[in-house]
Design a protein around this ligand. Structure first.
Ligand code: ACO
Ligand code: OAA
Length: 452
């Protein structure tokens, strides 16, 4: 048989054999996407780390009430954390990572030591650097996952899941992600576009945010506000409870007892998806498309009509989605998007890009409005802009290339992932995560090869 025909035939067959009638989910009480009928998530675990709040339960099980979103890291509201460091005119990602890992805010001495430790470990050893230079590829999330898997080979205690070792590995990964991503970008840019191969050594006195921009752009390529905004992005993306797709992936893989590198590589793969962390790229592509397609960026009628056509799958990528809008938990607002939007506004002023900011803000407002008109009654859910809505625009204003947008999410979220991995492996009553699937295929008899 022709091999291409076989692939075609398999694909045609799968059309039928991979199909599950949606009615069957109702019939067997199966929660699609581990979500209840009212859109709330099925409760599958307990955690002390992050808390994501988007609705309140009405008394007597009478449904959910949409409320402004709240995000707590170890019991502390993220907005308080952000305003706290801003009031002291400091940067805050290192403190956030410490908080997530340990469960408490570091004192001055602990913070200084932790920051020194991160800076020390940010410098990649020669073999790791050489490995990144050899990793050919078009996607930094993929290169990052492969680099993380290679770190396994350099770790003499890679499979040890004792608490001490997990903490050691966690700090090491938080420190190494910025260098891996920056070097991977320069390697890819060199291989694909003939760009210069910059291998800058991170500076011991820089914050993690500044070191990343420095490794990407050199010492003359950024302003203090760029560093402040990137640090804010890192604080805001660091953790989002146990249920988000990539953290849940970390928890599922950790529960089997696998090594840290395998578990984190899986989480990177999850985060890359366009419905999760990869949405920051989708938003910027959609924004670029709208900038080019909409003739008057202030014409609400023109913008809204186009967004409605997107929802009807008539234009753009014809997937029926407005990227950066909607969330599995948040309803009225995503607190991270609100904080990021205000930073984006200040940065747009500094960079002279206020027109684009105003256009993005209009897309946000009309995107929500169009969604509610188009889907509102059928899905009975309020939507808002999520954290991915403004992040790509912010990175673009800092002058970071689109290839690192989703990796930047990983660079921050690694703190949340490792905190959840440590929790998953350290409670007494833990069990391997192993839910059930109901088989709905009819029984079929085995036939010998020459009777098929
Ligand atoms: C860091 C993050 O991961 S934040 C999320 C980033 N992702 C995006 O921005 C992509 C666009 N948004 C989405 O796809 C979704 O809102 C998600 C994946 C974030 C959440 O999905 P869910 O929780 O399953 O959404 P929910 O159950 O409330 O959706 C209900 C309906 O609204 C639709 N919907 C949700 N968001 C959108 C959107 N942005 N545009 C169009 N339709 C949408 C869903 O497709 C679903 O339609 P259906 O009932 O016909 O199947
Ligand atoms: O919580 C989610 O499902 C997705 C999200 O916003 C995140 O992981 O930051």
């Amino acid at each position: 048989m022709n091999k291409d025909y076989l692939i075609y035939k398999l694909s045609e067959t799968v059309k039928e054999t991979a199909r599950i009638d949606s009615e069957l989910f109702k019939c067997y009480g199966v929660k699609r996407g581990l979500r209840n009928e009212d859109h709330s998530g099925v409760l599958v675990g307990l955690t002390n780390i992050g808390d994501v709040v988007g609705y309140e339960r009405l008394p007597d099980g009478k449904g959910l009430k949409a409320i402004p979103g709240k995000l707590l890291y170890r019991g502390i509201e993220v907005s308080d954390l952000v305003h706290g460091v801003q009031a002291e005119n400091r940067l805050g990602y290192e403190e956030t990572a410490f908080l997530l890992l340990s469960g408490y805010l570091p004192d001055r001495e602990e913070l200084e030591t932790f920051t020194d430790l991160l800076n020390e470990q940010m410098v990649l050893r020669h073999a790791t650097k050489m490995n990144i230079l050899q990793l050919y590829g078009n996607d930094i999330m993929n290169i990052l996952a492969r680099s993380v898997l290679v770190l396994y080979a350099f770790d003499e205690n890679a499979d040890d899941t004792s608490r001490d070792n997990l903490i050691r590995q966690s700090v090491d990964l938080i420190a190494k992600f910025p260098s891996i991503i920056a070097y991977a970008y320069h390697t890819m840019n060199h291989n694909k576009n003939g760009g210069s191969l910059h291998i800058r050594i991170p500076k011991p006195n820089f914050s993690l945010a500044e070191n990343f921009i420095y490794m990407m752009k050199g010492s003359k390529g950024y302003t203090p506000l760029d560093v402040k905004v990137l640090d804010l992005c890192l604080i805001l993306h660091a953790e989002h409870g146990g249920g988000n797709n990539s953290t849940f992936t970390t928890r599922v893989t950790s529960s089997s007892g696998t090594d840290t590198y395998s578990s984190i590589a899986a989480a990177i793969g999850s985060l890359k998806g366009p419905l999760h962390g990869g949405a920051n790229l989708q938003v910027i592509d959609m924004f670029t498309h709208l900038r080019e397609t909409i003739s008057d960026w202030t014409d609400e009628k023109e913008v809204k009509e186009y967004l409605m056509r997107m929802l009807r799958k008539e234009v753009y990528d014809k997937k029926g989605l407005i990227y950066g809008i909607g969330h599995a938990v948040y309803t009225v607002s995503d607190p991270r998007a609100l904080l990021l939007k205000e930073m984006a506004r200040s940065l747009a002023k500094e960079k002279g890009r206020e027109d684009e900011f105003a256009f993005l803000e209009l897309i946000e407002r009309l995107g929500v409005e169009s969604f509610m008109e188009f889907k509102g009654n059928s899905v009975n859910k309020r939507v808002c802009a999520n954290v991915d809505f403004y992040s790509g625009f912010v990175y673009d204003m800092i002058g970071l290339p689109r290839e690192v947008y989703t990796p930047l999410f990983a660079m921050s979220r690694i703190a949340g992932w490792v905190a959840h991995r440590i929790e998953e492996l350290n409670f007494d009553s833990r069990r391997i995560i192993r839910p059930a699937y109901k088989n709905v295929a009819p029984a079929t008899e085995y036939k010998p090869l020459d009777k098929r």
